[in-house]
Design a protein around this ligand. Structure first.
Ligand code: ACO
Length: 335
């Protein structure tokens, strides 16, 4: 049994924040941000908008493109590190889409690798679990956890959601050709948004005795990032993981139509393309308009590339995600 990508969609908030806008709140400039990152604009949730709303809009567009009814969806995977409910927001999506069949829905948390891991999970559910139509949504609202006084990180992030519909098919039509996925908790110290205060439950002593009760009400810190370390990590692991996925597929980069990386920094994208010897006209990038939208960045860029006619039916794509955890991985896909 195979699985193929049959629809995609995306949605972004209406509020645009330019580099010049940011220069009014932190000591930075359009030139610094553009040269160091390639980012010019980002979208940020405001007013009555919600991440769940963006996810529903993106998913609905993916269903329309696939010509699949909401009640034929049997699994919804919401890949996000910024859910609007600590217990997971995924179940609100089939409700809003009008899926009357009560499909399974749950969240996957893996920061900027989330969507890639969602694709791996969809493939496992279809191949081993008998599921037929799986909505994989990547969505994040990192603006809510950004330290807007930290010029080293607040210039990078934007909010968005993107979705694909993965459908069961005959094995000869398989569109999720190979995967390669990893994590390294040791490197997690370079990029995180931890619970405030002690990271363990400090209401309990080491022998389990109660030190303080009731425990305090916890909240999360803003995003902490060591940009240089994350940059080095990405440029090292992304070419490796793509080469591993290509090897598993029995392919080489020269037979792949498009390179589609998590949109974190244009310099990372350029360095990886250079290392893999991929010319820039075969690299998908829309980072300039949206910044780093975390789990949304790959499906958002894919959706734009499909709708603009760049990515055509039958094209192969080497996609890779990387980010907090640390987590990273790649997939060889056929559209
Ligand atoms: N405007 C002006 N100057 C700045 C800014 C800014 N926005 N930010 C930092 N600087 C200054 C620094 O203070 C430093 O000044 P100094 O030399 O006087 O000390 C100088 O610029 C250089 O700073 P660096 O941090 O060394 O700059 P670098 O070239 O590494 O670029 C950046 C920083 C853009 C963050 C880069 O390291 C990067 O993109 N890293 C990867 C980040 C990334 O991909 N993160 C997301 C991962 S995905 C996820 O899971 C969320």
């Amino acid at each position: 049994r195979g699985c193929k990508l049959v629809g995609c969609g995306s949605a972004v908030p209406t509020l645009q924040i330019s580099n010049d806008d940011l220069a009014k709140i932190v000591d930075t400039s359009d030139e610094w941000i553009s040269v160091r990152t390639g980012i010019r604009n980002r979208r940020v949730l405001s007013g009555k908008e919600s991440l769940t709303g963006l996810a529903v809009e993106a998913a609905s567009r993916a269903l329309q493109m696939a010509e699949v009814n909401p009640e034929d969806v049997d699994l919804v995977l919401m890949c996000t590190s910024t859910p609007e409910d600590l217990f997971g927001g995924a179940t609100q999506i089939p409700k809003a889409l009008g899926c009357k069949n009560n499909p399974l829905a749950y969240d996957i948390t893996a920061a900027c690798s989330g969507f890639l891991l969602g694709l791996v999970s969809a493939a496992c559910h279809i191949r081993g679990g008998g599921f037929r139509n799986v909505l994989v949504i990547g969505g994040d609202a990192l603006s809510r956890f950004t330290d807007w006084t930290d010029r080293g990180s607040c210039i990078l992030f934007g909010d968005a959601a993107g979705a694909v519909l993965v459908q069961a098919c005959d094995s000869e039509d398989d569109g999720l050709i190979s995967f390669d996925v990893h994590s390294d908790g040791e490197g997690g110290r370079h990029l995180n948004a931890c619970i405030k205060g002690n990271q363990t439950n400090d209401a309990l002593g080491s022998n389990g005795s109660v030190l303080a009760f009731p425990p305090q009400h916890y909240s999360y810190s803003s995003i902490y990032m060591n940009g240089k370390e994350v940059f080095r990590f990405a440029v090292r692991v992304v070419p490796q993981t793509i080469e591993s996925a290509l090897e598993k597929a029995g392919l080489t980069m020269s037979s792949i139509d498009w390179l589609l990386l998590h949109q974190a920094n244009q310099r990372i994208i350029d360095a990886v393309a250079n290392r893999l010897d991929v010319p820039m006209e075969r690299v998908i990038s829309n980072l300039a308009n949206y910044g780093n939208t975390s789990a949304a960045s790959i499906p958002l860029a894919l959706d734009e590339a499909v709708r603009s006619g760049k990515v055509k039916p039958g094209h192969t794509i080497a996609a890779a995600g990387f980010g907090a955890g640390l987590t990273w991985g790649s997939a060889i896909l056929r559209w």
